[in-house]
Design a binder for this molecule. Structure first.
Ligand code: B16
Ligand code: MG
Length: 218
């Protein structure tokens, strides 16, 4: 593995908890379709693209729909979801995330976003974090979903660094797999049981700093 020159961050579950808003919006849709959707069900949607999320939701409800109808419902859910994210404030940034990003910047470590969300730009704007990211690779810029490494490889490319020089921060198992498939180091955020393939697993970015990052180089 090379020298660490860049950090690539997933958004939901790493920088901010948007899963709670996704949950409200998916639950509303499920209820309209006549079935319930629990918080446990919502766990299955973390890190998963919008259309793949809808397919999981419909499978839970035992509902079959045409592609056209699915497209309409995905858009409807997104409109509802956006009413929540448009109200987000910087105080929703997860503990330790902003200070770690600033520390990295001060140490000249390059920073990019690698998220499945097509709403990532809006969310970063609301959190007033856009300026800290040199590159933003989101759901509008990739064709393959995690665990495919595309989103992170594009991030490395945009920063002009090698994959071996990157560390990915991820809260979803598919995201950890994507980082490793891209030959990058990975810090898992969440449960070691779920993210065991990552190089280390922490509870959140409040447990991370530059020295700990550099210890991954050894
Ligand atoms: P959107 P991440 C993911 O964000 C979320 O974890 C996942 O629940 C969501 O379905 C996906 O973004 C797509 O989001 O509907 O906004 O395009 O974890 O990859 O930052
Ligand atoms: Mg995530």
């Amino acid at each position: 593995m090379g020298q660490i020159k860049a950090c690539l961050f997933d958004l939901d579950g790493v920088i901010v908890d948007t899963a709670k808003y996704h949950y409200i919006a998916w639950k509303a849709l499920a209820n309209e379709l006549g079935f319930d959707f629990t918080e446990l069900d919502n766990e299955r949607l973390k890190g998963v693209s919008r259309m793949a999320s809808l397919n999981i939701l419909l499978e839970i409800g035992g509902v079959t729909l045409s592609d056209e109808e699915k497209k309409r419902l995905a858009e409807k859910k997104n409109e509802n979801y956006r009413t929540y994210i448009l109200e987000m404030k910087p105080d929703e940034i997860l503990d330790g995330a902003e200070s770690f990003l600033k520390e990295l910047k001060a140490k000249n470590i390059r920073i990019a976003l690698g998220s499945a969300s097509k709403n990532a730009m809006t969310i970063l704007e609301r959190l007033e974090l856009t300026h800290l990211f040199e590159a933003i690779i989101d759901g509008t810029k990739v064709s393959e979903a995690k665990p495919d490494p595309e989103v992170f490889l594009k991030g490395a490319d945009a920063l002009n660094v090698e994959p071996e020089e990157c560390v990915v921060f991820e809260d979803a198992e598919a995201g950890v797999e994507a980082a490793l498939a891209g030959k990058m180091r990975c810090v898992g955020i969440g449960s070691p049981k779920v993210l065991g393939k990552a190089n280390i697993v922490i509870d959140g970015l409040h447990q991370m700093d530059y020295n700990k990052l550099m210890s991954l180089q050894d």
